[in-house]
Design a protein around this ligand. Structure first.
Ligand SMILES: *Cc1c(COP(=O)(O)O)cnc(C)c1O
Ligand code: SF4
Length: 331
């Protein structure tokens, strides 16, 4: 999108045609516009913000690989992305990395995965892995498949939302094989969904892929219960995509204008619990800085406890006593 904002010089702007066509140009508060338009506020860094907000580098044993949890790794086959979300947690890498690198650059990562038999799942992320050609994705899939201890392949991609025509029968064939395939899409507002995203989701579901979605909690875009309720219900009921995570906005540099308080997120989760079907309800998570991993952020349902006598707070705010009835009291 042509723009004269200085933020676009530091973090280049990129919006695919499909997504651009969905933006309401007449409304400066349009949620799609806010996610993609460079703003001067992005250049206001708070000293407590970070260039590597979730400590990926600390857990990277070799290039293109992040191994933080024992049983799963992130494999980053490209840092390029179809869209440049202004709040991207890897925006520094997005801006500074080469668009593509040769497949041979990934070989040390595969050697590492082969040696670490505790790994069961490979997560392709980026950037957006679906920017790679089908042939490369097919090669990635078969390389993963040939490692006997791997059981699942996961793909973190915003393509079904921002460029849904990328999802084709050919792509599905390239990714289909022996392993369970999970797609984790990324949608933040119901206006990002349309007939084309639904067609893309149907294609993936017909291939027996598991579909999940992650959402980033963003000020001005989706930081209220009604907006998120509509998104989560539409994702699941119309697209068959299960809301998986609601991410608290990371401490990435220049995101002050997008960040809500944790209290705001907790209040939203409190409103949604009990109101939305459990299948529509994601887990609200915070990725701890320093590479310590994700933790769930939960409203305080435990009000008090004394031994095995608990007092819980119901979703509607009623205090309920609960006495545990178990065979014997563990120490
Ligand atoms: C988020 C993340 C994962 C995936 O975690 P899940 O809870 O399984 O979705 C894996 N590795 C790293 C480094 C991550 O940041
Ligand atoms: S789709 Fe993901 S990786 Fe790409 S710019 Fe947005 S947040 Fe970053």
């Amino acid at each position: 999108m042509p723009t004269s904002n200085p933020a676009a010089l530091v973090y280049p702007s990129r919006v695919p045609a499909h997504y651009r066509s969905r933006i309401d140009g007449a409304d400066p508060q349009d949620p799609l516009h806010l996610q993609t338009i460079p703003q001067t506020a992005e250049l206001c860094f708070d000293p407590r913000e970070m260039s590597d907000p979730i400590g990926d580098d600390r857990h990277s044993p070799c290039p293109h690989l992040v191994h933080r949890y024992p049983d799963r790794v992130l494999l980053i086959p490209t840092h390029a992305c179809a869209i440049h979300c202004r709040y991207c947690f890897r925006k520094e890498k997005l801006a500074s990395s080469p668009k593509a690198f040769p497949f041979s650059d990934l070989l040390p990562a595969f050697d590492y995965i082969r040696k670490h038999t505790e790994i069961t799942e490979v997560i392709l992320t980026g950037g957006d892995p679906l920017l790679l050609p089908d042939k490369t994705l097919g090669l990635l899939r078969s390389t993963v498949e040939d490692i006997p201890h791997l059981r699942a392949l996961r793909i973190h991609t915003r393509m079904p939302i921002v460029s849904p025509k990328r999802i084709t029968p050919r792509l599905v064939r390239a990714l289909s094989g022996k392993l369970l395939v999970t797609f984790v899409t990324h949608a933040n507002h119901v206006r990002e969904l349309c007939a084309e995203t639904k067609t893309a989701a149907e294609l993936l579901r017909r291939a027996a892929f598991v579909l999940l979605n992650q959402t980033v909690l963003l000020k001005g875009v989706n930081d209220d219960a009604d907006t998120l309720a509509t998104l989560f219900q539409e994702l699941f009921y119309s697209h068959g995509i299960k809301p998986y995570y609601l991410h608290h906005c990371d401490l990435t540099r220049g995101l002050l204008h997008f960040r809500t308080s944790i209290d705001c997120g907790l209040r939203i989760m409190e409103t949604l619990r009990g109101r939305l079907s459990g299948v529509c309800l994601p887990q609200y998570v915070l990725d701890l800085p320093g590479g310590h991993g994700k933790i769930p952020l939960c409203p305080p349902y435990i009000h008090a406890r004394k031994g095995f006598a608990w007092t819980f707070r119901s979703p509607t705010g009623v205090l309920c006593d609960y006495e545990e009835v178990i065979p014997e009291n563990p120490p």
